[in-house]
Write a new protein. Structure first.
Length: 124
């Protein structure tokens, strides 16, 4: 029982450390000069502890500029899926015991572009 408690506390401490690093770069996913539509950060402790950041933006910048900013800036590479007027970029990396997942969906609308970003850090 004590070993389980120690493991849970150690995992929680590691997640707090990752959360601190994320909060330092909290705005790093914000597309420059875009209007923030929503932004949420959630911490989950059931199953594997994780920290998730979701955000959505609206901008009048051209699709290629947005695509290149996220693709090059976050090493997301080429789009993984395209559906109608939207393109999805995503990438998974592993840093020691922490898995990082990031996805960006860029959608054309009649008047501008919408950007949906999800970034998750999970303790493995």
């Amino acid at each position: 029982m004590l070993l389980i408690l120690f493991g849970a506390l150690s995992g929680g401490a590691l997640l707090v450390g990752v959360a601190s690093l994320l909060l330092i770069g909290y705005h790093s996913i914000d597309y420059p000069d875009a209007t923030i539509v929503s932004r949420h950060t959630r911490t989950y402790f059931s199953g594997r502890p994780s920290l998730r950041q979701d955000a959505s933006y609206r901008t009048t910048d051209h699709f290629p500029a947005i695509y290149n900013w996220y693709s090059n800036g976050f090493d997301l590479g080429p789009e993984s899926k395209a559906l109608s007027q939207c393109s999805l970029l995503e990438h998974d990396t592993q840093w020691l015991l922490v898995q990082h997942h990031m996805s960006v969906m860029i959608c054309d609308t009649t008047s501008d572009r919408m950007i949906f970003v999800e970034r998750t850090f999970t303790l493995r």
